[in-house]
Design a protein around this ligand. Structure first.
Ligand code: SF4
Length: 256
């Protein structure tokens, strides 16, 4: 498993020896994120930004204990068994896989693979079977068990560009698709393509250490295309061949 190759979510990541399905035909863009774990300090500013940007329900401690958490992005902590004081932080969000296990099991096609590689969740199509959450190996899908409340004046903080989800609907990281759409409109009005760095999801915008980089893998000059050539690059559970579009750069620890 450790020798499983990096399988980018582009046609280059497909091999007829191990893939049944043909590659997706991405038109123009294939959005992806690179997470440098050497830079992540576990401050969780990205998580707070994601909550604010995407109108995520604040469920409270009791509901968290019941497993009803709604965070689209979580910071996972891993101790080094050789030195318990040493910790690695791993930001985990929807991996926007090219071969997404969630998409194949939904009876109503609510998880939809866009032509730009995004794993979109169509809220008004979702009937809440939760098969997708069951089949997601990364456990990043969140189900609304309740209609979460924003009593005044908290309702004033809701982002008007993002739908407030209701009870019975599955949700998860969208790579801040509302920001991608606005960049599309600006580029279309100026009759040009979206430039590298023009779209920045809320998490990447807020990260104080620059651990998160967002862009299109269809552009060979983009920062993400350059970063995934780093020998530290790997995909979480890449051996499942889901071809995640979130590619991590390993934290390298030198023992003295
Ligand atoms: S904001 Fe950046 S440094 Fe802080 S937890 Fe998120 S990814 Fe890590």
């Amino acid at each position: 498993m450790n020798s499983f190759p990096l399988t980018p979510p582009t046609p280059e990541g497909y091999d007829p020896k191990r893939d049944i399905y043909p590659p997706h035909d991405h038109a123009g863009y294939r959005w992806a994120m690179v997470v440098d774990m050497d830079r992540c300090i576990g401050c969780t500013a990205c998580v707070a930004a994601c909550y604010a940007e995407n109108n995520i329900g604040i469920v409270g401690e009791a509901r968290i204990i019941e497993g009803r958490e709604m965070a689209w992005l979580q910071i996972q902590r891993y101790h080094d068994p050789a030195d318990m004081a040493r910790m690695t932080f791993l930001p985990m969000m929807c991996q926007h896989c090219d071969d997404a296990p969630c998409e194949a099991v939904c009876p109503v096609y609510a998880p939809h693979h866009s032509k730009e590689g995004l794993n979109n969740q169509i809220y008004n199509r979702c009937i809440g079977t939760r098969f997708c959450a069951q089949n997601c190996p990364y456990k990043v899908r969140r189900f609304n068990w309740f209609d979460w409340q924003w009593p005044a004046p908290l309702d004033m903080q809701l982002n008007p560009w993002v739908t407030v989800r209701s009870k019975g609907v599955m949700e998860k990281c969208s790579f801040c698709i509302q920001r991608i759409k606005r960049a599309h409109n600006a580029a279309k009005n100026e009759n040009r393509a979206i430039r590298d760095g023009e779209v920045t999801p809320a998490c990447a915008q807020t990260c104080p250490t620059g651990a998160l980089t967002f862009g299109s893998l269809m552009d060979p000059e983009s920062r993400v295309s350059q970063l995934i050539k780093d020998p530290r690059a790997y995909q979480v559970m890449g051996y499942l061949n889901t071809k995640p579009a979130v590619i991590y750069l390993k934290k390298v620890v030198q023992t003295v």
